[in-house]
Design a protein around this ligand. Structure first.
Ligand SMILES: [Zn+2]
Length: 128
């Protein structure tokens, strides 16, 4: 019964869109930015203004995407590996490792290691 068919069901990424993260590795090491979206299945996050890739686009040469784009160079944020970013605590503004804690209400939240402040957010499930 060994299969690879264990999608990341239990592996919630600790990050969610809107979180502030610090980049730990790569070209943009040391930068901070807001998480635009997460790709839990691939363990990736897209951070605003980080890991910008320039792509040259020819006008009228899209394959299947929205046709509103003009030709030229577009910038977009390439996904970063989840392990290369660290959450910045909204309470103490320090990059932190986090703990998972269970509140009395039964809600699972993450907690800052520095200030111990629980960080609760609305859990969003991405449809992708
Ligand atoms: Zn903190």
């Amino acid at each position: 019964m060994l299969t690879n068919k264990h999608p990341a069901k239990r592996r919630w990424l600790d990050l969610a869109p809107g979180d502030n993260v610090l980049v730990l590795a790569g070209r943009d090491k040391g930068k901070q930015g807001e998480v635009l979206r997460t790709i839990p299945a691939r363990g990736k996050v897209v951070v605003k203004g980080v890991n910008i890739v320039k792509r040259h686009v020819k006008a009228g040469n899209q394959s299947g995407s929205t046709s509103a784009m003009q030709g030229g160079i577009i910038d977009f944020e390439a996904p970063l590996d989840y392990s290369n970013v660290m959450l910045v605590c909204p309470s103490c503004s320090r990059p932190t490792r986090i703990r998972h804690v269970l509140l009395e209400s039964g809600a699972g939240v993450i907690q800052c290691r520095h200030c111990g402040e629980p960080y609760e957010r609305v859990r969003r499930t991405e449809a992708q």
